[in-house]
Design a protein around this ligand. Structure first.
Ligand SMILES: Cc1cc2nc3c(=O)[nH]c(=O)nc-3n(C[C@H](O)[C@H](O)[C@H](O)COP(=O)(O)OP(=O)(O)OC[C@H]3O[C@@H](n4cnc5c(N)ncnc54)[C@H](O)[C@@H]3O)c2cc1C
Length: 169
């Protein structure tokens, strides 16, 4: 974590190449970055007080991935998990990483409600609104009609009107 040639510079997390006891770099994961931060803080304090520094040593606890539809895969403390259990562990872990119980309870309630109600999705039907606008504009232009490729078109080709950006003349 202390840059070898530049002892006043320290690095942790994704931007650092921190070797494990066997010399291989630790993976760029949050579970490492958080713990590296603690060790780094202690080491900076030790450096200021001329005390020996501690190497960063940490055994990866596992990794989990959510696959959607309440399913996941992963390995926790060397044990392979999959399906609903993996998804549940994944979600519970991230819930517990949230600061303050007040926020955790809010999220828990939100997730519980989401199990019983449909997704809260708003979709604006912009294509339909745009098409209605183009058709209305075409009616107001003599000899014009709506072409699927060029929008409003008359005998001389596409007509330039607001909302008919595909055509120009
Ligand atoms: C899609 C994705 C999924 C991941 N999933 C997981 C996971 O499930 N489990 C896990 O353990 N890890 C996961 N990771 C990895 C994890 O996010 C990183 O390992 C972790 O965030 C590294 O922490 P960090 O503090 O080094 O960097 P970051 O979290 O990236 O923090 C760096 C911060 O520095 C700020 N910054 C950058 N440049 C400047 C500047 N010039 N001045 C000021 N601020 C600056 C950035 O805005 C950022 O906030 C995932 C990463 C990605 C991209």
């Amino acid at each position: 974590m202390r840059v070898k040639q530049t002892p006043n510079i320290w690095a942790i997390g994704d931007c650092a190449d921190i070797p494990d006891p066997s010399g291989n770099p630790y993976p760029p994961l949050a579970q490492h970055a958080i713990r590296e931060g603690r060790t780094l803080a202690e080491n900076i304090t030790s450096a200021i007080r001329n005390r020996p520094l501690n190497p960063f040593v940490y055994q990866t606890k596992g990794s989990l991935a959510a696959l959607g539809h309440y399913r996941g895969v992963g390995r926790v403390y060397g044990i392979r998990v999959k399906g609903f259990l993996a998804w549940w562990i994944w979600r519970s872990y991230y819930l517990m990483r949230m600061p303050r119980w007040e926020r955790r309870i809010r999220i828990m309630l939100d997730w519980t409600i989401a199990l019983f109600v449909k997704n809260d999705i708003v979709q604006l039907d912009l294509d339909r609104i745009g098409q209605e606008h183009v058709e209305q504009a075409a009616k107001e232009i003599p000899h014009a009609h709506v072409d699927r490729r060029f929008g409003i078109t008359d005998d001389a080709g596409p007509v330039r009107v607001p909302g008919n950006e595909v055509g120009s003349r």
